[in-house]
Design a protein around this ligand. Structure first.
Ligand code: SF4
Length: 316
């Protein structure tokens, strides 16, 4: 994808609503942990995950990464899910499932392009206060493992957690030191029950993206917005973002919100690859027939695809 002329939507595939860390101060999971007695019940079904992967492929959405809270799946299960998403999309995936060891990561290698470290906040004092159970040092160690295994590296950063623009050099040093290939910026969405009550101003958010692009002409930049802030997307793209994430694309497919995203891309002079508005039904059995999956799983994936398509048709 040419940065200057095109953009697209990247969808993170989430696997669960549980995280054994559960103490990042901004995170919705931190408000839910005490309510979940059995983490296995907070997991998505395999067919739902794989149906979503197929929807991504058919509507031209990239899978941003496969993401799940800590300890909601075993490594064996995660490897299998990643393998199947790779099989369905035909694309090597990015993994964002917490810190993994070298032996664990090497098992994912045939199916993944790279690994994402959920940095969230780069200023070290704030980081330790806001994400006490996921120290930066563990992510840094994992990035060194990625280098040994020949895997790419990505990071996430949430704008609005208290960092100042004067902290930008910390981000520059981190990206340089670990040769980070891809960064996803999110705007903070305050969650009920957390200490955060307001997100960042658009100008402040855009400035982080602009400075990052100026400092790193070749890094891949993904930006997330929220339904109430979609008009900032053209500015984020003009500031140098490559692609857009964090939009509930199945629920809001074809909606006014989806139309705004595509028109924001046009406003920034980008061609929008894939679609958030042009509904096309398809036969999941046809898509799955050549894949080495058992027939029961194919049936379950197809059932789920039909239910997603039904939901996507709502506004289309
Ligand atoms: S590790 Fe991730 S999912 Fe778990 S509490 Fe922190 S931000 Fe939320």
């Amino acid at each position: 994808m040419s940065r200057k002329t095109k953009t697209c939507f990247e969808r993170a595939i989430f696997l669960s609503w549980y995280c054994s860390k559960g103490d990042c101060k901004f995170c919705y999971m931190s408000t839910q942990k005490s309510r979940i007695s059995d983490p296995r019940l907070a997991r998505r079904r395999l067919e739902s995950v794989l149906a979503e992967a197929l929807i991504c492929k058919k509507f031209g959405w990239r899978v941003e990464f496969i993401s799940g809270g800590y300890d909601s799946f075993s490594v064996d299960e995660l490897v299998n899910i990643t393998r199947l998403v790779y099989l369905i999309t035909g694309q090597k995936q990015w993994l964002n499932v917490g810190v993994l060891s070298e032996s664990e990561l090497s098992r994912f290698k045939p199916f993944v392009e790279g690994v994402c470290g959920a940095v969230e906040i780069i200023e070290p004092v704030l980081h330790d206060a806001i994400c006490p159970s996921k120290p930066l040092g563990e992510i840094e160690d994992m990035f060194l493992v990625c280098d040994r295994l020949g895997l790419k590296k990505a990071m996430t950063m949430i704008v609005g957690l208290g960092e100042k623009l004067s902290d930008f050099p910390l981000l520059v040093s981190f990206i340089r030191k670990y040769s980070v290939d891809k960064i996803t910026f999110y705007r903070l969405k305050p969650q009920k029950g957390t200490p955060f009550t307001r997100g960042p101003d658009s100008d402040f958010y855009v400035e982080w993206v602009r400075r990052t692009r100026l400092a790193f002409p070749d890094i891949e930049i993904v930006v997330g917005s929220w339904l109430g802030h979609l008009e900032e997307i053209s500015s984020l793209l003009e500031a140098g973002a490559d692609s857009i994430t964090k939009f509930p694309a199945i629920r809001y497919f074809g909606s006014e919100h989806a139309k705004i995203i595509e028109s924001q891309a046009a406003l920034a002079g980008r061609i929008f690859e894939g679609t958030l508005t042009d509904f096309r039904s398809f036969d999941p059995f046809e898509e799955l027939k050549s894949l080495d999956l058992d027939s029961d799983l194919k049936q379950r994936i197809a059932d789920k695809v039909f239910s997603y398509l039904k939901s996507m048709k709502r506004f289309a």
